[in-house]
Design a protein around this ligand. Structure first.
Ligand code: GLN
Length: 394
């Protein structure tokens, strides 16, 4: 195996992921499934590509999205979350849907629309690396609010202290990547209270919305009283249907806010791939919420891996949802990067160290925290193999 030390310069995320993709390594690094994505979506997309009767689906769609997908998305959300006309949890129509090139483009387009030079964007630390980098790309200033383990729940007092007259956007993520925390109804009410009091927009990354464990339910910030007008919700077909390479997602918001996002979407990518949008529209139409048992598989994976890591001495935070499990390496006397390196070289298990998710802050805290992230959106036998290897490690 290539040594970590030679690979930690430059784009550390991609370098680590290349290491985790080496033959013989059980790859629990980047969060992509190793099981097949929705067959319904794949078959419908393939048919759109080759069926002469559907050949028009191989041409541009409108920048806001293929009409069939915008409609299927609105029907799906209204049904899944019991959204209603005239209520706080307001029903969404096709005009509230902008189809993006994954939630990654949705994130860029919303940050670019809602913030710029001189504006502050609040992000939680640790968090998905793109929050910090994209905030910087659009010229805004990231302001970090620490999430403390073991539960990584937000501290509303700390959050309010971070708000200044320059704060434009509060960026939240549930189920959380990497920590697996799902915001409770009370936490959502807390965010809504602060957003309304301080006149903030909220960008809510909810790409893992369908993967919650046990009694945990997914709550949408847009469903809080007064929040629909000031929220952009980022969603992902890649995550819903286990098709991360398709790069299709959607942003949900008011037509006015989406018009802003569409300026950036229209001028960078123009539209998402039409046959893939068609496949997803068909899949959403038949989806009954079970997603072919994937959430249950991921939950079971988290339990199995979590108990094996505990036996090894890691301090494990059992996730409430999402595609990841985090473990603290402090009881083993190891830093995150050091432990990730040991797992890769001795157990041939690829994971992502906390340094990827901890943003450097003004307290001077070392971003190489004693944390590891394991992707659990994998086949059961993949997790079993990782567990065997970890158990056998000295
Ligand atoms: N969301 C995935 C993860 O956190 C993949 C992100 C990416 O590589 N763009 O692993």
């Amino acid at each position: 195996l290539v040594e970590f030390e030679n690979n930690t310069t430059g784009d550390i995320w991609n370098e680590l992921l290349v290491l985790a993709r080496q033959p013989g390594v059980v790859n629990l690094g980047q969060g992509f499934p190793d099981y097949d994505g929705s067959k319904v979506a794949r078959e419908a997309a393939a048919e759109a590509m080759v069926d002469p009767a559907k050949s028009a689906l191989n041409q541009y769609s409108l920048p806001l999205g293929l009409k069939a997908l915008q409609s299927a998305v609105s029907t799906y959300y209204n049904k899944s979350y019991d959204l209603k006309e005239g209520a706080a949890n307001r029903a969404i129509g096709p005009e509230n849907v902008l189809v993006t090139i994954g939630a990654t483009e949705g994130l860029y387009a919303s940050l670019k629309t809602l913030s710029g030079p001189g504006d502050e964007v609040i992000i939680f630390n640790p968090g998905f690396p793109w929050y910090l980098t994209t905030t910087r790309v659009v010229g805004a200033t990231p302001v970090l609010v620490e999430l403390a383990g073991p539960d990584f729940a937000p501290d509303m007092e700390k959050l309010e202290e971070a708000i200044t007259p320059k704060t434009k956007v509060l960026l939240i993520n549930t189920p959380h990547n990497p920590c697996g925390h799902c915001y409770t109804k009370e936490e959502m009410e807390g965010f809504a209270r602060l957003a309304l009091k301080h006149n903030l927009f909220v960008i809510s990354d909810e790409v893992y919305e369908n993967v919650t464990f046990g009694e945990t339910r997914h709550h949408r910030i847009a469903d809080e009283e007064g929040m629909f007008e000031r929220t952009v919700t980022l969603c992902s077909a890649s995550k819903l249907f286990s098709l991360t390479g398709w790069r299709v997602g959607w942003a949900l918001s008011t037509p006015g806010l989406l018009k802003g996002l569409a300026v950036y979407h229209g001028n960078t990518s123009y539209c998402a791939p039409s046959p893939l949008q068609h496949g997803l529209a068909v899949a959403l139409g038949v989806e009954d919420g079970s997603f072919e048992g994937i959430p249950k598989l991921v939950e079971g994976n988290g339990e199995l891996l979590g108990s094996a890591l505990k036996e090894k001495g890691f301090a494990v935070t059992q996730p409430q949802g999402g595609h990841f499990l985090v473990a603290d390496t402090t009881p083993l006397g190891l830093k995150g990067l050091e432990c990730a390196k040991l797992l890769l070289t001795h157990a041939k298990v690829g994971v992502v160290p906390g340094v990827i998710f901890y943003f450097p802050d003004n307290t001077g805290a070392d971003p190489d925290r004693p944390l590891l992230r394991f992707a659990i959106c994998k086949r059961r036998d993949t997790i079993e193999q990782a567990v065997r290897r970890i158990r056998e490690m000295d």
